[in-house]
Design a protein around this ligand. Structure first.
Ligand code: NDP
Length: 304
């Protein structure tokens, strides 16, 4: 059997693509990974998703999208895709146990925020530790927070956080930022932002919420700093390893597309955070999945 469309990934991009292609009657097969749902499964309250004026928990939002996709006939497989074969038609998608044939593929495997890798970071995730300033900044009104990192995301998050927080302290492991000069200049000119150079966060402390951090400076000296929130902005990794050698990827591993979701291979589309190094929102991932679904419709209609 040759599928009409296989969607790889079960975050908002994949599920939105599933809702659209299923409703069009294409009976999509969604291969959602052994851990399904994407980054929203690690999120507590989402307050900026249009349509949810009281906010919604990330896992609940995913469950609703999944229900909507199922209602129109999406079939789900909870397995990890290990390989895809794009050099001949039908296209092939492989998991550990099975090989599927399909006319079109939407790759929506997302990205993961990189973390510091210290145990206390996981413990306080959603309880004072965040990897998304845009998502969680408004929860830290009149609080003192730190941002870890020295790239454009750290600069942008810090500037955004000054709109809510009493103080923002950037903790960076080197003596200069990696970020673009224009962003650095904005940060350095903002009186609410302080920088601690050449230092690493070695522990996050608190009981049920973050109350402070332990920082190690260049000399190895460890000191404690009271703080209400920790924003980790040390980069993202797109989940595109299995696309290496199959589709064009940029130097950071993001898929290279044209018109947002089109790849160099006809019938193959990439949507969501694995193509987007800038916006990284549930709503933008969803929108990108919908665009890919509309291209699938056009492609399949031409085939008929
Ligand atoms: P980057 O990879 O550019 O920067 C990551 C930063 O985190 C670096 O300063 C790095 O330190 C630091 N870092 C990495 N690992 C650790 C660690 N374990 N502990 C402490 N610090 C660590 O990621 P960004 O997310 O900032 O940016 C990704 C891309 O998106 C870039 O191309 C950026 O330009 C773009 N972007 C552009 C924006 C804009 O134009 N407004 C906004 C946001 C992103 P070190 O410097 O030592 O390597």
């Amino acid at each position: 059997m040759v599928e009409n469309v296989i969607i790889i990934g079960s975050g908002p991009a994949g599920l939105s693509a599933a809702i659209y292609t299923a409703r069009e009657g294409f009976s999509p097969l969604l291969i959602g990974g052994s851990i399904s749902g994407g980054q929203l499964m690690l999120t507590t309250k989402v307050e900026n998703m249009p349509g949810f004026p009281d906010g919604i928990d990330g896992p609940e939002l995913i469950a609703l999208m999944r229900k909507q996709a199922e209602k129109f006939g999406t079939r789900f497989v909870n397995e990890d895709v290990t390989d895809i074969e794009l050099s001949s038609k039908p296209l092939k998608v492989k998991t550990a146990d099975k090989e599927y044939e399909t006319n079109t593929i939407i790759v929506a495997t997302g990205a993961n925020a990189k973390t510091l890798g210290i145990p206390s970071e996981q413990k306080f995730f959603g309880h004072g530790v965040s990897t998304c300033g845009t998502c969680d900044g408004p929860f830290f009104k009149n609080k003192n927070v730190i941002v870890v990192g020295g790239g454009d995301t750290a600069m942008e998050d810090s500037l955004f956080l000054t709109r809510f927080c009493t103080s923002v302290t950037i903790v960076h492991r080197r003596d200069k930022f990696k970020a673009s000069k224009i962003m650095q200049d904005k940060v350095m000119a903002n009186p609410k932002i302080k920088v601690i150079w050449n230092s690493e966060v070695v522990e996050i402390i608190g009981s049920d919420r973050v109350s402070g951090i332990r920082i190690k400076d260049q000399s190895g000296k460890i000191s404690e700093m009271p703080i209400d929130g920790v924003f980790v902005a040390v980069g993202h990794s797109p989940n595109n390893k299995f696309l290496q050698g199959k589709l064009k990827l940029d130097e950071l591993g993001y898929a290279v597309t044209h018109d947002e979701v089109l790849t160099d291979v006809e019938g193959v589309y990439v949507a969501g955070d694995n193509v987007d190094r800038y916006y990284r929102q549930a709503g933008t991932a969803s929108s990108s999945g919908i665009k890919a679904a509309l291209h699938v419709r056009e492609y399949l209609q031409k085939m008929q």
